[in-house]
Design a protein around this ligand. Structure first.
Ligand code: MN
Ligand code: MN
Length: 465
């Protein structure tokens, strides 16, 4: 047995370096990493839109013994409830034994909307033997990535008489899929010389949906009519019903393992279901004296506004209703509450090393990652968590043997981004960003490490405990 040198000892005692979870965790824990990924992949395939994520979230919550909360309902310690806000925003909470005013609420806040192509209100037309649906993209996408891949249509059509028709086409192996055309390289001389941002115009993201004409020589636009006829027979809808619909084209890919060793998961919409899922497993599995809440929010990708986004005053209302039911002052409760803003961060990618600052990037498989601050340029737009709060969270992780890391998005002045952290912090709740590093964020198929997904679950459990 060779003894450590003084330098080795001092290095161990004083220096910090990130560690690969697969190297640090024992065989039993690594088995858990891979087992956990299976549940997550099933969630991904069942929840490609915020509505589907809420539906799946409710099913998971009910299986874990949570029941629907009615606004204003009386609450006592031990009560496990969920509140479904307009089918797009879900609150899951449990009332703890601790004094609510002194202890506050432990909050996890993730989002369940992802970038995609939304249909316009008058989407359907035909041109040159093909019928298309016009789209308006949702969230930050690189438009060229959405052409020439199989797409599925998800969403709802609400008819004038108030009936809601659910639509999912393109997920079953026997379903047709949809498609955005791209230009053949042979004729793309001009296109290929354009900057990436303008090579595909927003108005060319039209979805191919039909090509068989309706058999009647007396009408025009026979292909469009045939599509309308199919939709009418299948869903009982007419063209005017598109005006009161929310239909989105999302990649028709399923979640798959990536790599010979299956270290990674490829899927559409890891951002931010990869934090939403651990939020739920953590609240279901963790026994806690604290009052705890997992929020699955909508509209983060477009600024968190609106009735289902995190800027909505409803979050404050929700806290006030819980306070009223427990006879607590909401001002004190918020002042003593803690929040992990559960969102993804960019994983360092050696293929694009020039935009990252390696020492402060999230390294893949090095665990769930904390961002003390986000923002652009001079940290513009960040809520910047305090050193005291970061130390408190750090202690929770270290006491539970969790491998975690800190990171910022990329190089200073390379770009920037924000999360919902500021909306919670603005309510006087100590908040820090925490989540999974992602490769190819916002692409139709994103990549995460199973180790980082599992340590995020562990970190959320430690936080709620
Ligand atoms: Mn996100
Ligand atoms: Mn995003």
């Amino acid at each position: 047995m060779s003894e450590k040198t003084v330098g080795q000892e001092r290095m161990e005692a004083l220096a910090y370096s990130k560690k690969n979870v697969f190297e640090v965790y024992d065989a039993e824990k690594i088995e858990k990493i891979f087992a956990y990924a299976e549940g997550y992949k099933a969630f991904l395939d069942a929840a490609k839109t915020e509505r589907e994520a809420v539906r799946r979230g409710i099913a998971l919550a009910e299986a874990a013994g949570f029941t629907a909360y009615t606004l204003g309902e009386a609450l006592k310690p031990g009560d496990c409830r969920y509140y479904n806000n307009r089918d797009k925003n879900l609150f899951i909470f449990r009332i703890g034994e601790e004094d609510l005013e002194k202890d506050g609420i432990r909050i996890l806040a993730a989002h369940i909307d992802s970038p995609r192509l939304d249909l316009k209100q008058h989407p359907l037309y035909e041109d040159s033997g093909m019928s298309f649906l016009k789209t308006h993209y949702y969230g930050g996408i690189k438009k060229y990535q959405w052409t020439a891949i199989p797409l599925a249509l998800h969403g709802v059509v609400v008819t004038a008489d108030g009936k809601t028709v659910d639509v999912v086409i393109g997920e079953d192996e026997s379903d047709p899929v949809f498609y955005v055309n791209d230009l053949l390289p042979h004729l793309a001389h001009d296109q290929m010389t354009k900057p990436m941002a303008s090579a595909i115009a927003g108005e060319t993201l039209n979805i191919l949906v039909g090509g068989v004409p309706f058999a009647d020589d007396k009408v025009d636009n026979k292909i469009k009519l045939n599509v309308l006829n199919i939709l009418n027979e299948k869903y009982g809808i007419t063209e005017a019903d598109f005006m009161s619909a929310e239909l989105s084209a999302v990649p028709a890919f399923r979640a798959r393992d990536i790599g010979f060793d299956r270290a990674f998961i490829g899927a559409y919409g890891h951002d931010d279901r990869v934090c939403a899922y651990p939020e739920m497993t953590a609240i279901f599995e963790t026994e806690s004296k604290h009052t705890v809440m997992s929020i699955l929010a909508d509209k983060e990708e477009v600024g968190s506004a609106g009735v289902t986004g995190m800027q909505n005053c409803f979050l404050k209302d929700m806290i006030e209703l819980i306070c009223a039911a427990r006879g607590a002052n909401p001002v004190l409760v918020r002042a003593n509450s803690l929040c992990l803003s559960a969102d993804v961060n960019a994983a360092y990618d050696p293929n694009f090393a020039e935009v990252y600052e390696r020492r402060n990037s999230a390294m893949i498989s090095c665990g769930t990652t904390m961002s003390k601050y986000t923002g652009a340029r001079g940290k513009s737009g960040t809520s910047d968590a305090s050193a005291e709060f970061v130390a408190r969270v750090r202690r929770m992780f270290e006491e539970n043997g969790i491998v975690w890391q800190t990171s910022e998005l990329g190089k200073v002045d390379a770009g920037g981004g924000g999360t919902v952290a500021m909306f919670l912090a603005n309510m006087n709740i100590d908040t820090v960003d925490m989540g999974v590093p992602v490769i190819s964020m916002h692409a139709p198929y994103e990549v995460v490490s199973k180790a980082d997904v599992y340590t995020t679950h562990e970190a959320f459990c430690a936080f709620l405990k």
